[in-house]
Design a protein around this ligand. Structure first.
Ligand SMILES: CC(=O)SCCNC(=O)CCNC(=O)[C@H](O)C(C)(C)COP(=O)(O)OP(=O)(O)OC[C@H]1O[C@@H](n2cnc3c(N)ncnc32)[C@H](O)[C@@H]1OP(=O)(O)O
Ligand SMILES: CC(C)C(=O)C(=O)O
Length: 571
C-alpha cells in the first residue's frame, strides 16, 4: 500500500553544490562516441539470453548501423559469452574500424579468463567495474573507502600488466565506479584518480571513465550536475574519455544522457530501443534521432528503422512498444480530427515547397527519413474528422472531395465508426463512399446519351436514355453545355433539378483515366449531393445528377446513410 508520507521511507537526492553550473547554456552540436551495450547489459536482462545465432545477428546489425564500439559480453561470466567472443575473433568478423568491448568484475580469476577470451584480438576495450556506493561498500563487500579503492587499483594493475604482455593488440582500458550516481562525488573522483594514476593514460592514449546511473535515482539535471562537477574535479581530464551509462528507472534516461552530454560527457553507452536491466538502458535510437531533428547527424544510420526494429525484436525476443519514439507502429499515425486536418494542410504546403525546413504539424520528423511512408500517417476512427477521411480518399483512391461534400461524407463515416467501434480502413471508407454515392441505380440510371450541335450555334442538344425503375425512358433537352442540356431534358420529363455547385477532376492516367464529377443540386427545395465516375466527363456529370436524385428519393424513404452490412463487416 502506498504510504501517506513517503518521506518516512524514501530519501530525496542531495543537490550538488554547483552554483556556477555551465551545462544549462550548452547545446549538443556533435554526436558522442556511441557504444552499444545491447549484447551485455541488454542481454543480461533478457528472459532468454541470446544464443550464438542471435548474438551474431545483433552484432552484424550494430556494425551495419554504424557503431564503432560494441560491448559484446561478459566472457568470464558464461560459456556462451566466452565462445561468442572467440567466434568473433576466430572468424575475423570484427571490421577494422570497430572495437569490441568486454566487461569483467574487479576479481583476478575473472580478469584472467577475460584475457583468455580476447587472445589474438586486434583491438579491444577491457571494461572493469566495482561498486563504489556506500550501501554496497557496507552491505555487499564489507569494505571501507580505502579497501574499495584497492579493489579497483589492484584490478587496474593486473589488467595493465596483462595488456603489456600482449603487445600485438591495440588495448583500451575502461573503468566504471558502479552506482556512480549514488556514490559520494568526492569519493568517485578519488577512486577514478587512483585508478588513472595506476593506469597512467595520456591524451594520445586515453582511458575511458564510465559514470553509470546504474539505478536512475534523481532528475536529469542532477545527473548533469554530477557529470559537470566530476569533469571539473577529476585529475588528468585531458587523458580521459568521460562516458555515461544511464538507466531509465524514472523514465528519464534519454533526458539524463542529453544533459550529461551538455555537461561535458564524450561518450554514451546504451541500447537500441532501450532494452536493459529493469526499465532498461538509455535508448540510443531516441537519443540519436533527437539529435537528428535538431539538425545534427548522429553518425548512426536509422534510414530503414522498421526492419531494424523487427531484427532487434527477434534478437531480444521482446516487442518494441507501438508508441516508442521514432519507430513504434503508431508514432507516425494520427486518429484525431484536428491533428489530421493540420497534418493534411502541412503536407499540402510541403508538396508546394519540398525543399523548405520541415514544419508539418504534429510530426516532429519526416517519416520518409526513417524509411516510413505517409500511408499510415492518417488513420480513421470515431475520433477523426473530415480532414482525415478526405485525405485517405484522395491519397489512396484519387477522390478529391469538394469541401462541403467532405463535411457531409465525414458524417457518414462517423456513423460507420460509431456503429463498428473500430478503426475504419481506407478500403472501408471507399466502400462507404461507393455505397453512399456511386452504386445506386434506383430509381434512375443512365443508359446512354448522344450530343449534337449546329455548326454555327454554341448550344448543344442532348438525347439520353435513362432507366427509371426498370423502364427505358428517352429524354431530350438543349442548353449551353451538356449538363445544362441534361437539366432541361429532366425538367421536360417532370424532374425539376437546380444546380447549386459543380466540381470535376480526372483520376488515374493514360488509358485508365476516369472523370469524377460532383454536383450539389436542389430537388424539391432540398440540397443534395451526387457523384458520378465515368470515362467520359459528360457521362460522369449526368450520373452525378441522377445519383443526387436517387439519394434524394432514398432519404424520403429512409433518412439514414446508405451503409451496407458488408461495409460494416456484418455480412
Ligand atoms: C550493473 C551491472 O550490470 S554489473 C554486471 C552484472 N552482470 C552480471 O552479473 C552477469 C554475469 N554475472 C555472473 O555470471 C556472476 O555474477 C559472475 C560469474 C560474474 C560471478 O559469479 P560468482 O563468483 O558466483 O559471484 P556472485 O555472482 O555471487 O557475485 C557476488 C560476488 O562478487 C563480488 N563482486 C561483485 N561485483 C564485484 C566487482 N565489481 N569486483 C569485485 N568483486 C565483485 C561480491 O563481493 C561477491 O563476492 P563474495 O561471494 O565473496 O561475497
Ligand atoms: C557495469 C556498469 C557500467 C553497469 O552496467 C551499470 O552500472 O549499469
Amino acid at each position: 500500500m502506498m504510504l501517506q508520507d513517503p518521506s518516512t521511507k524514501y530519501r530525496p537526492f542531495e543537490a550538488v553544490d554547483l552554483p556556477d553550473r555551465q551545462w544549462p547554456a550548452q547545446r549538443i552540436t556533435h554526436p558522442p562516441v556511441w557504444c552499444s551495450v545491447d549484447m551485455r547489459d541488454g542481454n543480461q536482462a533478457l528472459i532468454d539470453p541470446m544464443d550464438l545465432e542471435r548474438k551474431r545477428r545483433f552484432f552484424d546489425l550494430l556494425v551495419k548501423t554504424g557503431f564503432k564500439q560494441i560491448e559484446v559480453g561478459f566472457p568470464s561470466a558464461s560459456q556462451i559469452d566466452f565462445d561468442y567472443v572467440r567466434e568473433l575473433i576466430e572468424d575475423d568478423a570484427i571490421p577494422d574500424d570497430v572495437t569490441i568491448q568486454v566487461l569483467t568484475q574487479a576479481r583476478p580469476h575473472l580478469i584472467e579468463r577475460t584475457f583468455e577470451a580476447l587472445e589474438g584480438v586486434k583491438r579491444a576495450i577491457v571494461h572493469v567495474y566495482n561498486a563504489t556506493d556506500p550501501v554496497f561498500r557496507r552491505v555487499v563487500f564489507g569494505v571501507d573507502k580505502a579497501e574499495c579503492i584497492k579493489i579497483a587499483t589492484d584490478a587496474t594493475t593486473q589488467i595493465k600488466d596483462m595488456m603489456a604482455a600482449r603487445p600485438n593488440t591495440d588495448w583500451t582500458f575502461q573503468y566504471s565506479p558502479e552506482l556512480f550516481t549514488s556514490t559520494e562525488l568526492d569519493f568517485a573522483v578519488d577512486i577514478v584518480d587512483a585508478v588513472s594514476e595506476v593506469y597512467a593514460p595520456t591524451p594520445a592514449k586515453p582511458m575511458i571513465v564510465n559514470l553509470p546511473a546504474t539505478v536512475e535515482i534523481a532528475t536529469p539535471n542532477h545527473y548533469a550536475d554530477q557529470i559537470e562537477w566530476f569533469c571539473r574535479h577529476v585529475a588528468r581530464r585531458d587523458s580521459l574519455v568521460v562516458s555515461v551509462h544511464p538507466h531509465n528507472d524514472r523514465g528519464t534516461g534519454v533526458a539524463a544522457a542529453e544533459l550529461a552530454l551538455m555537461a561535458g560527457a564524450d561518450r554514451v553507452e546504451g541500447t537500441l530501443f532501450g532494452n536493459g536491466e529493469r526499465t532498461g538502458n538509455v535508448d540510443i535510437v531516441t537519443l540519436a534521432m533527437n539529435m537528428y531533428t535538431q539538425g545534427v547527424h548522429p553518425q548512426l544510420d536509422f534510414s530503414n528503422i522498421t526492419p531494424l526494429m523487427r531484427e532487434v525484436e527477434h534478437c531480444n525476443q521482446l516487442p518494441v512498444h507501438p508508441r516508442h519514439p521514432y519507430v513504434g507502429d503508431l508514432v507516425f499515425t494520427a486518429f484525431s480530427g484536428s491533428h489530421q486536418d493540420a497534418i493534411k494542410k502541412g503536407m499540402a504546403e510541403r508538396r508546394d515547397n519540398p525543399d523548405s525546413l520541415w514544419g508539418v504539424p504534429y510530426l516532429p520528423i519526416d517519416p520518409l527519413d526513417v524509411g516510413r511512408s505517409y500511408e499510415a500517417v492518417i488513420r480513421v476512427n470515431s475520433q477523426s474528422g473530415k480532414g482525415g477521411v478526405s485525405y485517405l480518399l484522395e491519397q489512396e483512391h484519387g477522390i478529391e472531395l469538394p469541401r462541403r461534400l467532405s463535411i457531409e461524407f465525414s458524417q457518414v463515416v462517423q456513423t460507420v465508426a460509431e456503429r463498428t467501434g473500430r478503426e475504419i480502413t481506407s478500403q472501408m471508407i471507399y466502400r462507404t463512399f461507393e455505397d453512399e454515392y456511386l452504386t445506386s441505380r434506383d430509381p434512375y440510371a443512365l443508359i446512354n446519351h448522344r450530343l449534337s450541335s449546329d455548326d454555327d450555334s454554341p448550344r448543344v442538344r442532348l438525347d439520353a436514355q435513362i432507366d427509371e425503375q426498370g423502364e427505358r425512358r428517352h429524354v431530350t433537352g438543349e442548353g449551353n453545355g451538356p449538363l445544362a442540356a441534361f437539366i432541361k431534358a429532366l425538367a421536360a420529363h417532370g424532374l425539376d433539378v437546380e444546380i447549386i455547385d459543380y466540381h470535376e477532376h480526372s483520376r488515374g492516367q493514360g488509358a485508365d483515366a476516369e472523370a469524377v464529377a460532383y454536383v450539389e443540386v436542389r430537388v424539391e427545395q432540398t440540397p443534395v449531393f451526387g457523384v458520378g465516375v465515368d470515362e467520359s466527363i459528360t457521362s460522369a456529370s449526368m450520373k452525378a445528377v441522377l445519383g443526387a436524385l436517387n439519394r434524394h428519393w432514398r432519404t424520403q424513404q429512409a433518412p439514414a446513410p446508405n451503409v451496407t452490412a458488408e461495409t460494416l463487416g456484418e455480412a
